[in-house]
Design a protein around this ligand. Structure first.
Ligand code: GYE
Length: 311
């Protein structure tokens, strides 16, 4: 039944799929991390569940691919466009094109820095500054009795992305509470395990005195753990490790004592996204910002929740 909508070449106004289905064009960042894999599955499963026809495009971490995908969606006259912007800046032109074509746009997961908020309907995703701040606050508390200096290395996410910018900002704010905390090296690991490992190897070679690693996601932290172990050090003991996401592999490493603290970032945005798609398509008002609810995990808490964790 549903397959009829896939061709979508009937030139019908509004781009509706077979049986009057809503057609959603979704441009995903890529497949860089465990978080992203869980997010893609959530979007695909929820679209199927809601009976929404999903046109899915993978941008392979490149903004130019996302712009191309959005232009394709406009040309195909999909009903709604959703995308997770790989970086924050440089979207105004293509967003204006969607607006002129009267196709509503929903930002999912990551924000854009456009001044003109009329270019999109709503933004659903986490509070990345808060995630960074919670990570930093845990560290300040954990090292309260240490004399210092406390030497921190930071693995940043994709350069220019909202989660990299905001997590850095929130963490920096929290550790500013005490001048003994010093970020001695900070570099992008592009949110991937391979790059996290590579950059951590370089950090370890350049610095003998690393106390703490703050990684902007679990995957980079997991890559860094490999580098730390290869250098003959014990992750979680010789170097305190803080990450963000709380995907399965990260939670396992936390339960195993190799990571010390994780701030959660939920990838399960699909169900709420589909609700927003339906509302926007029906012309109903939606809140301009929908914030995902999240928590944090210590090693003990990870052991408790791991058996029932969904992703
Ligand atoms: O934390 C990271 C992923 O945008 C929140 O992107 C997302 C981030 C997530 O690659 O693992």
């Amino acid at each position: 039944m549903v397959a009829a909508g896939a061709a979508c070449g009937d030139g019908s106004a509004g781009g509706e799929g077979g049986d009057g289905q809503i057609v959603l064009g979704f441009s995903q960042v890529g497949a860089e991390s465990g978080w992203r894999t869980a997010n893609t599955k959530s979007v695909q499963d929820s679209a199927a569940e809601a009976g929404i026809e999903l046109k899915f495009a993978d941008a392979q971490q490149k903004q130019e691919n996302q712009i191309k995908a959005i232009r394709n969606f406009i040309a195909q006259r999909v009903d709604v466009i959703a995308f997770s912007p790989v970086v924050e800046s440089g979207w105004d032109t293509v967003l204006k094109e969607a607006k002129d074509a009267q196709i509503p746009v929903i930002l999912t997961d990551r924000a854009v820095d456009s001044q003109d908020e009329s270019l999109y309907e709503t933004f659903i995703g986490s509070d990345f500054v808060l995630e960074g701040r919670l990570s930093g606050e845990w560290l300040v508390e954990e090292f309260a009795d240490e004399p210092g200096p406390v030497h921190i290395v930071e693995l940043q996410g994709t350069t220019g992305s909202a989660p990299a910018n905001d997590r850095k900002e929130g963490f920096g704010e929290a550790i500013a509470a005490d001048p003994k905390f010093e970020i001695i090296a900070s570099q992008t690991g592009e949110f991937t395990r391979a790059k996290g490992k590579e950059v951590m190897e370089a950090f370890l070679q350049a610095h003998q005195d690393i106390d703490v690693l703050f990684a902007h996601n679990d995957d980079m932290g997991l890559g860094a753990i490999e580098a730390i172990e290869a250098a003959g050090l014990t992750p979680g003991a010789d170097i305190t490790i803080i990450t963000i996401d709380a995907v399965r592999d990260g939670m396992q490493a936390l339960a195993d004592g190799k990571i010390n603290f994780i701030a959660e970032c939920s990838p399960l945005l699909g169900p709420q996204l589909m609700e927003l798609v339906e509302q926007v398509h029906a012309g109903e008002p939606v809140p301009k910002r929908v914030v995902t609810e999240e928590t944090t995990f210590t090693q003990e808490q990870a052991k408790e929740v791991l058996p029932t964790r969904e992703y």
